[in-house]
Write a protein of this length. Sequence first.
Length: 358
Amino acid sequence: MTVPSLTVHPTLLHEVVSTIVQASGSDAREAGLVADHLVAANLAGHDSHGVGMVPSYLEALAVGELHPGVGATVVKDAGAVLTIDGGQGYGQVVAHEAMELAIARARELGVCVTAVRGSHHVGRIGHWAEQCARAGQVSIHLASVVGERYVAPFGGTDGRFGTNPVCLCVPREGQDPVLLDMATSTVALGKTRVAHNAGLPLEPGRALDAGGRPTTDPGVMWTEPHGALTAFGLHKGSGLAVMAELFAGAVTGGLTTHAATTTHEAAIVNNLLSIVLSPEAFEGSAMAEQTDLFLESVAASRPAVPGEPVLLPGQPEVAAREARRDGAPVDATTWAQILDGARAVGVPADVIEGWPTA
């Protein structure tokens, strides 16, 4: 059965998230960065990484696996290479600070490779690529989820690694960046949560049940015994996921997912390897011209479906922001979970009563 939803204005969404995060132990800056990130994900059309993550964060806080007030700690500085420990602090803070450091170092040296290990959930990776793009920097990001077996490898039937996203971004002065941000699974785990809460099926080929059989039920990812997601593009997505795990987990000096990896009760622990490049260190003046010429050529392809133009990386997010500028949809189940979380951390009843109900 499909669950109804409500549309919530971005300003109110931000207020709700920041109020809850402050009530759960964060200062105003930390709460603001978390709210900035989650609301931006909803507005970009990625509800999987939006305000629906709040209940999960509160669960991790309750068992001591998410640590408020912890930022990015540089544990090794090798000039163009920075290694940062996240201390299981809010990833929205850790990654923001890590990108600030990487951008400054790339401007100075032309490139900065930044390894972030052991952060709590860093959220939508495209957010960090956009931070780099606003500073005029090209960036590449690979992430892994420590100890979480959501995705079956090619030829396998049970989960062996996370959704391990890969993100690449090229800035364009005065225009939206060219942004590719994708999970290496056929669907992000959070999208199965959104579908499960909304009472909607997955598209065929996206998931396997606990017996390794194809299913369209998103609940297999949220009820015992768990099923698994499939990797995109057969062997290609599976192979890319493996390499993302190695680059983000092993190369950074963090952990990879295997039998001895610590299992967390509620936390989502991420590693992130980011390569930030300054165009000026190469041929910056030529980059803009060649980017424009290439994208114009790609966009000029004859549409396969009349009236539906060729879609370039980043355009879905631009379209979503336009469509959602006055409000983002939140399904009633998720909204009720958020309000329950607010009550659990002591947000005053009169404040919650001022928020909409499903």
